[in-house]
Design a binder for this molecule. Structure first.
Ligand SMILES: Nc1ncnc2c1ncn2[C@@H]1O[C@H](COP(=O)(O)OP(=O)(O)OP(=O)(O)O)[C@@H](O)[C@H]1O
Ligand SMILES: [Mg+2]
Length: 397
């Protein structure tokens, strides 16, 4: 049976929704292929089933009549709003009750609000739909989200920060390293090196820019209990770093279930703003979702919540230009007899949610093979690297 996926949803509405989703899936016929099931549920969600979970009651907070006068705010500040200093409280029309709700749910930055879908702002802060819409529009106005030409985007992308992985071959197929502002998904069977790369990047992100880092900290969300500070220490030592300092720069959180995982990411916003976090690791992205939501009736709610979670991560990447590494498992593909019999878990939701998808497999001995399987602008290239006592290295050194 599916878990409760939304605070605002009544039990009967939820039961009806599950029934509706299950029916939709049954209508699609053969449900033996999990990929197909995932797809069918996603379709069902798009068609409106489950919508009740996403939308709030609208006027429950009594803030519906809020009028937000952006030009007054800009004028009041002399025409130059410093986005790093201004908060939602500074927008005329945002009264104390809304400001409190926003602050309590971690939304103090206008930049963060400007990039949120209204439904997410509603869900996370508990404010009504119209108010959420108005606040986001006001924030967008202040941030001046305009059309730009490709050359501007080109210049911006040239300056995108990258975190080196430890292997030049792997950096090269990634276009320089783990990119900021994007989700890089490492997917593969057990012991293929996903956690090792994540650990290595937590060390490398601390390096100065000219050494392939971002002079920043890492936030490590561990869902499987495989985080090892002693491994980080060895990797830091191999780079001649101050080990104690290096460990202090990795902020760790153990997520005990999917709701906890989502909550940690909600709190991440404040940490990123105050602690110079440049890398978020979620290892693994979907293990809790997979174990908690099983059976046909649970797939729809699972995918819906997972979708929200991935957007949560993407939104942090977009807003604060941090990099995200998420790890993912593989699942058996029953209809494949030749070639790779496994596919990434999580269906289309994860496939569409991650920007770069790297498939990893074991090579000879300590070597591993990484292949870019889905990346905007990058070819489907392969790189061989190895995992040693020092960390991630090129296979031929
Ligand atoms: N100190 C070390 N020295 C050399 N190799 C190591 C060391 N620590 C780990 N490894 C290698 O890394 C492998 C484990 O990789 P990792 O934990 O990253 O796998 P994973 O892809 O995250 O697997 P899972 O899906 O089980 O989480 C080990 O099997 C070993 O080959
Ligand atoms: Mg692992």
């Amino acid at each position: 049976m599916a878990k409760k996926s939304s605070k605002s949803k009544g039990a009967s509405a939820k039961a009806a929704e599950e029934h509706e989703v299950a029916e939709t899936v049954q209508k699609t016929g053969d449900a033996s292929n999990s990929e197909e099931i995932d797809k069918a549920f996603e379709e069902a969600m798009k068609d409106g089933a489950g919508e009740s979970a996403k939308s709030g009651s609208g006027d429950e907070d009594g803030d519906e009549d809020v009028e937000i006068d952006v030009s007054a705010a800009i004028q009041a500040s002399g025409g130059h709003l410093d986005l790093d200093k201004v908060t939602v409280k500074d927008i005329p029309g945002v009264g104390p009750s809304i400001a409190k709700k926003l602050a309590e749910s971690g939304f103090s930055s206008i930049r963060a609000i400007a990039t949120l879908p209204p439904k997410m702002l509603m869900q996370e802060s508990g404010i009504g739909e119209k108010t959420a819409d108005k606040i986001i529009k006001a924030a967008q106005e202040i941030c001046k989200m305009e059309f730009v030409t490709a050359d501007v985007v080109f210049e911006k992308r040239k300056n995108l920060g990258k975190i080196v992985t430890g292997s030049n071959a792997l950096n090269e197929i990634l276009g320089g390293g783990i990119e900021t502002g994007a989700i890089t998904e490492l997917v593969g069977e057990f012991r293929t090196g996903k956690t090792q790369i994540a650990h290595q990047c937590c060390i490398n992100v601390q390096l100065p820019v000219d050494q392939g880092g971002l002079s920043g900290k890492a936030l490590y969300v561990d869902t499987e209990g495989t985080f090892r500070p002693e491994r980080l220490a060895k990797m830091a030592m191999a780079k001649g770093m101050d080990v104690k300092e290096a460990l202090k720069n990795v902020i760790y959180a153990r997520a005990y279930n999917s709701e906890h995982q989502i909550n940690i990411l909600r709190q991440a916003r404040k940490l990123i703003e105050t602690q110079n976090v440049k890398l978020i690791v979620v290892d693994s992205l979907i293990s809790h979702f997979r174990s908690e939501y099983f059976g046909l009736g649970a797939l729809g709610p699972r995918q819906q919540l997972l979708n929200m979670h991935i957007h949560q991560i993407q939104q942090l990447c977009d807003t604060y230009m941090v990099a995200a590494i998420v790890t993912n498992q593989v699942q058996a593909k029953p209809d494949i007899f030749f070639g790779n019999p496994t596919i990434p878990a999580g269906g289309n939701i994860v496939a569409h949610g991650s920007t770069y998808r790297v498939f990893m497999r074991k090579g000879k001995g300590e070597t591993r093979v990484a292949k870019i399987i889905d990346a905007p602008g990058l070819p489907e290239a392969e790189a061989v690297f190895k995992i040693t006592e020092k960390g991630i290295e090129d296979a031929e050194t």
